[in-house]
Design a protein around this ligand. Structure first.
Ligand SMILES: Nc1ncnc2c1ncn2[C@@H]1O[C@H](COP(=O)(O)OP(=O)(O)OP(=O)(O)O)[C@@H](O)[C@H]1O
Length: 578
């Protein structure tokens, strides 16, 4: 999956990105660290106080006042520690969620500009999984990281110093634990990242399967493929379960090794305490403090090392999210040959391959001046849609250069009607448009009378759950949107209506009105669309085989003339709908 999936950032890139993301939050993050250390310090008061009490009891100097003071101190430390921990966790969660929201915004913004080819190869499920599954993984785990590191790190350091101060033998006893911890962490860091990465990739695949099943619902029910799709979703879901189980197994093995270290550590400390008492190197109070400090260490040490597990999980998700955000760079450099600095369209020596075997476009050259219309015609599979996509910047050319105006709008074969009112659908491209402007745009594409017949006019709800629109009506709505957007270049690749239908004539007129006065490229699925354009380009197997205007091409009696003859055969007037 990874070779065809969206890019995954390296750890270093993610670190750099996370550092940039922390801008504006660093003071809060520092406060989280300081509060964490303060709370951890409060937790160390009790063992120290108990040690003093034990010694006082042993030496007979303990009295009620000392006990009460000690108790008061321990309660105050516990309360302060609890408040400090609570504030730390809430502040950390808030700060991380703000950073995460920023990352998600950047991810969505970048995803909108990724080359379509890249998203198609990876599958939209991968993108959706990165902006949902990965975000929740980070949201769940990340807030614990800084408090855990600072609180446990501080507790470990102070406990070690305290124990060594009681008797350096206790400090030495702990050193034998070091190799066990180092080896465990090394093993874990070698094993866990791939497992988490594979788990996230399986989640992407599951999202993809689910999404395809929803999108292709009609086809699936139409061809009775329900069982087959169900099986695919099931396989993808079980794959996630398998990977999650593998991750849990590695986690358990990790914790098992930590338990072994605890056992060895406790045995060493008890032995050291016994020897220290026997040789008179330590008092009972000192040994008690050392033992309590050591017992208190298990939790923080395990927590400290468990943060590595959290870190691996967060890093796997972060690398996937940042992979998309930083794909912006490569994606933009990929389209470097596509420039948007010009008011006209200029295409030179353009080649485009979907795959290595069969080039979809070969050595294309053309230009469209402002206000000029160019039609692309050719048999099915000739490369018309591909050429439109390359010119619109949806696909980057494999080689050659494309220059186009920045304000380019594409109307493709699939026009989506968004759930909302007709006005909402139009205002997508111009939020501030008045009702009058909306009506003018609809009038331009001959759709105003249609909208007036709808139950609530402009406010009629359309799209999912609303008044159903035919494909041709949806196309008219898209054309009205184009008029409102008022781009310098319009690329139309709409094949909604059959030739000679009442709708085809209406759509052709609507399209002509919508593109009037601006540079336009029209993928002419009906030759009536081409006849009215200033210039026509005939494609065959990705190569331009003819070009000129309608009259010249008919006079040349070549490929276009034959296409025209075939298309208009049987029609009373081939231009009747144009
Ligand atoms: N996403 C894709 N991946 C691989 N090959 C593709 C893809 N899209 C199109 N092709 C291939 O590229 C070639 C050109 O296809 P394209 O859709 O541009 O032709 P077209 O002239 O627009 O066809 P139609 O009129 O049927 O829409 C065809 O051989 C097609 O099979």
């Amino acid at each position: 999956m990874s070779d065809t999936g969206l890019p995954i950032a390296s750890g270093r890139t993610s670190m750099r990105f996370a550092w940039r993301l922390s801008r504006g939050h660093r003071a809060k993050l520092l406060l989280v660290a300081v509060l964490g250390i303060g709370s951890a310090a409060a937790g160390l008061v009790s063992p120290a106080v108990i040690g003093v009490l034990v010694d006082a009891v042993q030496s007979g100097t303990a009295d009620g006042r000392l006990v009460l003071w000690s108790l008061g101190l321990m309660v105050a430390a516990a309360v302060l520690g609890a408040i400090g921990t609570g504030v730390t966790v809430v502040l950390a969660a808030r700060t991380y969620h703000a950073m995460l929201a920023q990352l998600r915004e950047e991810l969505v913004a970048t995803a909108m500009h990724l080359p379509q080819g890249m998203v198609e190869r990876a599958g939209t499920g991968d993108l959706i999984s990165r902006s949902s599954d990965d975000v929740s993984e980070i949201a769940d785990a990340a807030p614990a990281i800084i408090p855990a590191f600072t609180m446990t790190g501080f507790t470990i350091a102070v406990s070690l110093i305290g124990m060594t101060a009681v008797d350096w033998w206790f400090g030495l006893a702990l050193i034998i634990l070091l190799p066990i911890y180092v080896l465990t962490v090394r093993w874990y860091l070698r094993t866990a990242p791939q497992i988490y990465q594979a788990e996230r990739a399986a989640m992407s695949d599951r999202a993809q399967q689910l999404m395809e099943s929803q999108r292709g619902f009609d086809t699936i029910t139409g061809f009775q493929l329900g069982q087959q799709r169900h099986q695919r979703v099931l396989t993808a879901s079980w794959s996630v379960v398998g990977h999650s189980l593998r991750a849990s197994t590695v986690q358990n093995m990790f914790f098992g090794r930590l338990n072994l270290a605890e056992f060895v550590g406790l045995a060493a400390i008890l032995l050291t305490g016994f020897i220290a008492l026997r040789t008179g190197q330590s008092t009972v109070g000192g040994a008690t403090t050392a033992a309590l400090l050591f017992m208190r260490l298990f939790g923080p040490i395990n927590q400290f090392l468990m943060v590595f597990d959290t870190l691996q999980s967060v890093a796997a998700s972060l690398n996937r999210m940042i992979g998309v955000v930083s794909a912006d760079g490569p994606a933009r450099s990929q389209v470097a040959r596509s420039s948007t600095e010009s008011a006209h369209v200029h295409v030179e020596n353009v080649h485009f391959h979907y795959d290595e075997q069969s080039p979809a476009l070969r050595d294309i050259g053309l230009s469209i001046q402002p206000g000029e219309s160019l039609a692309v015609v050719g048999a099915s599979g000739a490369g018309k849609t591909t050429l439109a996509a390359v010119i619109a910047g949806i696909h980057s050319p494999t080689s050659g250069t494309v220059t186009r105006p920045e304000r380019t709008v594409v109307i493709s074969q699939e026009t989506h009607v968004f759930a909302g009112s007709v006005a909402d659908n139009l205002r997508l491209v111009k939020v501030e448009a008045t009702d009058k402007e909306l009506c003018e745009a609809l009038e331009t594409v001959h759709a105003l009378s249609l909208v007036r017949t709808l139950p609530d006019g402009l406010e009629t709800r359309v799209g999912q759950g609303g008044t159903p629109l035919t494909s041709a009506q949806a196309q008219q709505l898209a054309l009205a949107r184009l008029v409102l957007a008022n781009p310098d270049l319009a690329v139309l690749d709409e094949a909604t209506a059959e030739a000679e239908s009442a709708e085809s004539g209406l759509l052709d007129r609507a399209a002509r009105a919508a593109i009037s006065g601006r540079a336009s490229l029209i993928v002419a699925h009906r030759l009536s669309q081409a006849a009215s354009c200033d210039h026509i380009l005939v494609l065959d197997s990705g190569v331009v085989v003819e070009q000129g205007n309608h009259a010249d091409l008919l006079a040349a009696d070549g490929r276009y003339a034959r296409l025209w003859e075939a298309w208009s055969r049987g029609r009373v007037s081939p231009n009747s709908d144009s």
